[in-house]
Design a binder for this molecule. Structure first.
Ligand SMILES: *[C@@H]1O[C@H](CO)[C@@H](O)[C@H](O)[C@H]1NC(C)=O
Ligand SMILES: *[C@@H]1O[C@H](CO)[C@@H](O)[C@H](O)[C@H]1NC(C)=O
Length: 375
């Protein structure tokens, strides 16, 4: 843990403008400290994330990619209008293409199934609470998962949604099988990508979902034979719904019913460390959504939170508190804010309102579901 703190402090010295606040406080304690060389920062990165490379050529190539990612992080830092900090992350030695291959979702062009956008009208606006965080309810939100070379964010987000609603409705904590969603997926493409609704369709078709313990996650880009019939079911859903694209009514549903899945543009996340990302349509295209995550809460920063304003123009944004969404990612707990991240609320940040989707859990019913893949 000590290394983590150390690394971000050193980075502040290396890249002027990155995390100014830390830089300034460090200067006071430690005058005249020599800025770190890029190579030294890279070595610290390798230690922190246990990276080794096959040969010197590969090491040199990764160092080069690392340098480009840090430059990119600095650019994102300058563009961000919120309180987000960008810099070294567990993915700093990957090119954007590799990152997409490992953590993206190739099937971005598919069509949503014909589900009506239910729920949500502006009548509710007044009764939305100020804050909401389902992580505070014991047993509702399971541990942060790691996709492990498998593009299954859609399955992990769906599993998290079902787990939370099962806990809220039946006061039982369950952890459901992501591998069953991948193996038995007939609409999507397993570890090569899919949509959250593919996962819900699989749960309906399989008449429930096994536990993670009985049918554990394998990862590593493989789809195995569907073993749904071998394991006993621990959670069931009756259907799934798409919410309206109004952020107030999404907040209201989230606060009263439970976490929902959303699909966002992940372009800013490879370099993200912490804070509230406030993007524009240019820096994070809301039409290009390629990553599914679980929305678990919302709140507002205190007006003092966040890094110091760098420029006069961005200062005005920070005098006021920033409303945000809290999202659970599936890239491990050493990414972001212990595996979570925050996006600005109220500006359709990174396309968060495009596909707000949730399952509705229910004890099993006798009648067999008729399900088909979306067109
Ligand atoms: C570090 O990585 C090596 C393989 O690259 C692995 O054998 C080892 O268990 C890892 N150590 C930790 C602490 O994760
Ligand atoms: C439903 O499950 C059956 C096997 O039980 C499978 O043949 C079929 O492709 C599945 N359909 C969907 C839409 O998942």
């Amino acid at each position: 843990m000590a290394v983590i703190v150390h690394l971000s402090c050193l980075l502040a010295l290396l890249v002027p403008g990155l995390a100014q606040g830390i830089k300034n406080s460090l200067r006071v304690q430690d005058p005249g400290r020599r800025p770190l060389e890029l190579k030294e920062v890279f070595t610290l990165f390798q230690i922190q994330y246990n990276r080794s490379y096959l040969n010197p050529a590969e090491h040199a190539r990764r160092l080069d990619i690392f340098a480009r990612n840090l430059a990119r992080a600095q650019q994102l830092q300058e563009e961000d209008l919120g309180t987000a900090e960008f810099g070294v992350t567990p993915f700093s030695d990957l090119t954007e293409e590799e990152f997409d291959q490992l953590y993206g979702n190739q099937r971005t062009a598919g069509k949503a199934p014909n589900v009506d956008r239910k729920v949500g009208s502006d009548e509710w606006v007044e009764s939305v609470p100020q804050t909401c965080d389902w992580r505070k309810k014991p047993g509702a939100i399971s541990s942060v998962k790691y996709q492990k070379n498998c593009m299954c964010c859609w399955a992990m987000a769906a599993a998290g949604n079902i787990e939370a609603h099962w806990n809220i409705k039946y006061k039982q904590s369950v952890e459901v099988s992501v591998q069953e969603l991948i193996d038995c997926d007939r609409c999507g493409d397993g570890c090569r990508g899919g949509f959250v609704w593919d996962a819900f369709i699989t749960v309906l078709n399989n008449s429930g979902l096994a536990s993670e313990k009985d049918y554990p996650f394998q990862g590593e880009a493989r789809k195995h034979k569907c073993q749904a019939k071998k394991h006993k079911k621990v959670a069931w859903i009756q259907d799934f719904i798409m919410l309206s694209d109004n952020e107030q009514s999404i907040a209201r549903y989230l606060a009263t019913e439970g976490p929902i899945t959303v699909t966002i543009n992940k372009i800013l996340l490879q370099q993200y460390q912490q804070g509230v990302i406030r993007a524009t349509r240019t820096t994070c295209d809301p039409q290009h959504v390629d990553h599914a995550v679980l929305l678990v809460g919302f709140g507002k920063t205190k007006s003092v939170e966040g890094r110091q304003a760098k420029t006069v123009s961005s200062q005005s944004h920070r005098r006021h508190s920033t409303p945000y969404w809290i999202l659970k990612n599936s890239w491990g707990a050493d990414w972001g804010e212990k595996g979570y991240f925050r996006l600005h609320r109220g500006s359709n940040a990174c396309g968060i309102t495009k596909y707000p989707l949730t399952a509705r859990v229910n004890q099993p019913v006798k009648k067999q579901h008729q399900v088909t893949c979306p067109p």
